[in-house]
Design a protein around this ligand. Structure first.
Ligand code: NAP
Length: 305
């Protein structure tokens, strides 16, 4: 039986792994569906303390993983599909078929991109509709694209896409952006970025790839045609907790409930990162909660002895 299993290799899981490994607990970290988590899908991280010039998201999380490995953390690529309480601890089932046992579990499974949920979106997934500018932006060189959303992610995606695209139109469902002031200003002052307010996508169309969208004005109800070759969705995230339904307490949006010491309702199971954080969702807060969860797991294990 392992001492600690950590679910998720984002910045929260990897930070928990550093702390658990340094406490000599040789944690086993399960990658989850997105090895490295959301930071692998971003570019410049300008607000992580200690990097005055900024740091690339993928590098930050890879280095954190290396740091954990240096102290004895073990990493495994697989996805957790269930968590059961057993005598003396927990059983974690993996998609690959393996069943692992551990005295404690830290859930740091993060959150995944939200989709619009309209039928035509499915048809064009990977054919012009995407949730990741960092991954797919280069395919849209010299093209015109739209970005849906009004948060920091939408501004970041729009700014990133200006490197390749001739024009980027941000479509937002309200008149005010949710993004931070600095990101708003950067986007609003960029010559290649335009905004369409109070609107959302009614339908995406095209022969084989995206050729345009029907935009609905949410105030007037008018639907207009808008030619575009790419649709980038940046409309927030959904916590990865489906496999925990009925096992651990989740809130009405599906976020894992944890107290201020990162304890879930199940003794011995702790939470860290975006899976339990609807409010802050920052790399630094995820890392901080990973540290807290690992320290609490260590304390819990000492109590068992
Ligand atoms: P977010 O802040 O939740 O913003 C989501 C945006 O999508 C909102 O503008 C929302 O509109 C819109 N939206 C949601 N559902 C929609 C739907 N069905 N149709 C159309 N629009 C929809 O998410 P985020 O931008 O991913 O940011 C998440 C967190 O990460 C935030 O705390 C953010 O500060 C942080 N972050 C920071 C940086 C940075 O500092 N560089 C970069 C990226 C993210 P409403 O505004 O009307 O709700």
């Amino acid at each position: 039986m392992e001492e600690v299993i950590i679910l998720g290799t984002g910045i929260a899981g990897c930070t928990a792994a550093i702390y658990a490994a340094r406490a000599n607990l040789a944690p086993l970290v399960i990658s989850g569906q997105e090895d490295g988590g959301q930071l692998t899908l971003t570019t410049d991280v300008e607000n992580f303390p200690g990097f005055p010039e900024g740091v690339q998201g993928p590098k930050l999380v890879q280095d954190t993983k290396k740091q954990a490995e240096k102290f004895g953390a073990k990493f495994k690529v697989d996805i957790a599909t269930s968590l059961e309480e057993i005598e003396g601890g927990f059983e974690v089932a993996l998609m690959g078929g393996e069943k692992l046992e551990s005295k404690t579990v830290i859930v740091a499974t993060g959150a995944s991109a939200r989709w619009l949920g309209i039928p035509s979106e499915d048809k064009f997934k990977g054919r012009g509709v995407t949730t990741c500018a960092t991954c797919d932006g280069a395919f849209f060189k010299d093209k015109e694209v739209i970005v849906i959303g009004g948060g920091d992610s939408a501004m970041e995606e729009a700014l990133f896409l200006t490197r390749f695209c001739t024009k980027v139109t941000v479509v937002h469902r309200r008149k005010e952006l949710r993004a931070s002031y600095i990101m708003q200003e950067k986007a609003k002052n960029h010559e290649k970025i335009e905004f369409i307010w109070d609107s959302t996508i009614d339908e995406i169309y095209g022969e084989k790839v995206v050729e345009g969208v029907k935009l609905k004005n949410l105030v007037s109800g008018d639907v207009t045609d808008f030619k575009t070759q790419g649709v980038f969705l940046a409309i927030g995230h959904i916590p990865n907790t489906k496999f925990l339904e009925g096992k651990l307490n989740l809130d009405d949006k599906g976020y894992l409930e944890a107290d201020k010491f990162m304890h879930t309702n199940m003794k011995g199971v702790f939470a860290a990162g975006d899976v339990q954080d609807l409010r802050f969702r920052q790399a630094i807060t995820a890392a901080g909660s990973g540290c807290m969860a690992a320290m609490e797991a260590e304390k819990y294990l000492s109590g068992l002895e």
